[in-house]
Design a protein. Sequence first.
Length: 412
Amino acid sequence: MPGLPVRRAPSVVPRAPRFRAAHALLAALASWAALAGCGGPDALLGSPPAAPEEAIRILPGDGARGVRANGRLEVRAQEGRLERVEVTRTGSDGRDSVNGRFSPDGTIWRPAADALELGARYTVDAVARDGAGRLLARHTTFTTYLPPHRIIGSYTPENGTTVGTGLIFSMVFNRAVADRAAVEHAITVSAQPAVEIAPHWFGRRRLDFRPRHRWRPGTRITVHLGLRDVKAGPGSYGLQRKTLHYRVDRDQISVIDAALHTLTVHRSGRVLATLPVTTGNADNPTYNGKMVILERHAVTRMDGGTVGFGAEYDIPDVPHAMRLTRSGTFLHGNYWAPPRVFGGANTSHGCVGLKDVKGGGQDTPAGWLYRNSIVGDTVEVRNSRDRTVAPDNGLGGWNMSWPAWRAGGARH
């Protein structure tokens, strides 16, 4: 009876569709035995085949746990030769195949150097043909060591977002980073068309990237997070491995004059609109300086207790709200103040308010600005009585000189 047709694997295992050799081959062998009649395959092939675990040796052993990333991974045919090997990784960032090579005689498969990753589950599916030409399959699993301290960085905006020219890419880590140079080296931010982009650390938990000047409209920004298995300190390793893409839209900057109570929208060198506003009062002035829109909310709640103002206000339905700082500065619609304050007086607790209606109007000044603004747009406040916003309060890094910014990199 002819053997099962199996095409011999190339020297490098390609990234083929998922290979379930153990299950498929065992089913095929069972069918073959049925066709052979009462005598079974032994009656046709002579001596009984070796058990799969004896014929195909796999390291680490089946069910092994806590395998080190530099541990040995090997598949060996004890006699005959290997026909196919597929090793698959499953981790927090998805799954993929591990590339490897066969020895010249086809008896051994080993992965590329440093193939294992921390905190992952691996499956090994191997098919071998023994000295008598019979096919055997083996399926094993093992898991690699999971560090007790994992470094994970949070970032905004989400992958694929269209952003304004003022975006600064910022990562905030869940724990202090001891080896900032190693983490910085593992994150690359590039642009097309190309410009110089520099990193800057704020303490040991936040790393920002920006160019010398605001991005050119149409720029494509690519962020590669190669943090997986990067040692960030004693016993702590990164886990993230992904690539992010952003597209820069038109160039827009809104300039707020706190003394004149106006907001002027400049887009690509021309004025789109000048809107009346109210900014922070004498006791709670609005920050001066350049800020960036961090997030947008059609409606949000503003509770004075969350930003140090106690029970002075709690408004559950603030319309057209756009955050400018982490400390709580917003551009937002205001339906509760009398119309005369817009363009005439500064009455807020530090935010910048524009005339609106309850529920948010489409044709109000606040509604118009909301529709015409995106995350990453620049907002600059002038002539306020407060200090310049801190560079780490939101994306205030545009208030730093380029030399001072570049000096904040760990590898500078």
